[in-house]
Design a protein around this ligand. Sequence first.
Ligand SMILES: Cc1ncc(COP(=O)(O)O)c(C=O)c1O
Length: 369
Amino acid sequence: MTKANSVLDLMKETPLVRLKGRAASHPRAQLWGKLEFAMPGQMKDRAALQMVIDGEDSGALRPGGMIVESSSGTMAEGLTRVASLRGYRIKIVTDPRLDAGSVAKLRALGAEVVVVSESHPTGGWQQARLETLQDLLAQNPGAFWPRQYDSPSNPRAYYNSVAKELLRELGTNIAALVASVGSGGSLCGTARALRESIPNLRVVAVDAVGSVQFYQPQMSRLQSGHGNNLVATNLDYSVIDEVHWTSDGEAFNGARELARRDAIFAGGSSGATYVAASWAAEQFDPGQHVVALFPDRGERYAATIYSDEFMAEHRLTDIVAPPSPLTIRYGVDVAKTWSRAELPHHNGQYFAPNVTLSSDFASRLKAAG
Ligand SMILES: Cc1ncc(COP(=O)(O)O)c(C=O)c1O
């Protein structure tokens, strides 16, 4: 048992658990789940702590000051705990997708929670939240905005911790790292550090169908946590080899299967990651390891992912990922169901596809039917 001076000391050292993988998969490599949700809060505790420490060190966050951040829940929880234990006031801007239990928890932990009421016509909920956040910054001069989407402290938290924990437990025979992407901090920070010891590591990003992060047209979706209508500076394409997109039903039923098969009750981003990682473990040899990062617990999703009524109402009950994904062309084809694409790299350099116009996306969407 660990004796800690406060819960801040517990924001590290998450368990690593051997997984069976999906019933439809035939893993050859050893599949592992890194239970990032097994911290006082969830996966973003590590980033929250690092961003506050760096804010203090730089002088941007002054003693007794105010922290303001936009979050769909996980980062909010980490920041709120860190703020209350280190003596800061905190305002969290979120949107109506955050469940009532999480809002109550944030308020209990000491946050002021501001819920935006309308999604931005093009930038979605993220953009609406960022606009409200700008208003709060203007009203509270000197407030500290940790900026999870841009701050190097976010990936650095994972660079300094998760990779070390994995190398200590598994050594350098890790063939692939599979993780969902929202700000990109957890995947890219961990991958950068692992690559220093494992140059051939395969880095697999998991995104949601309808998210724009990997050159896909924006579409409405129910998945939250990972996926984005904006591209974060912390998403470092240069470290990523391939990306998978899953639809809402595939991700949610993936989470249900993770609960049934491996007794892990987690959120939709973990479900999507489980789908991609179970398949990835088929691609490598016995004796090699494939690691999946699981960001948050399932309780927040009792009324959605884990509700039969919700699944039926959204016609998701039978939308289960097939045994393997479709392989599509990056920046060309539109993913509508579980698909994967290789990111274009040449001589170690990443080349962004030449599609920037929204009209391009519209015609590709039309072509996809
Ligand atoms: C539930 C959940 N899954 C996945 C992610 C994506 O993690 P990252 O922002 O490190 O890319 C987040 C980020 O907050 C999250 O809350």
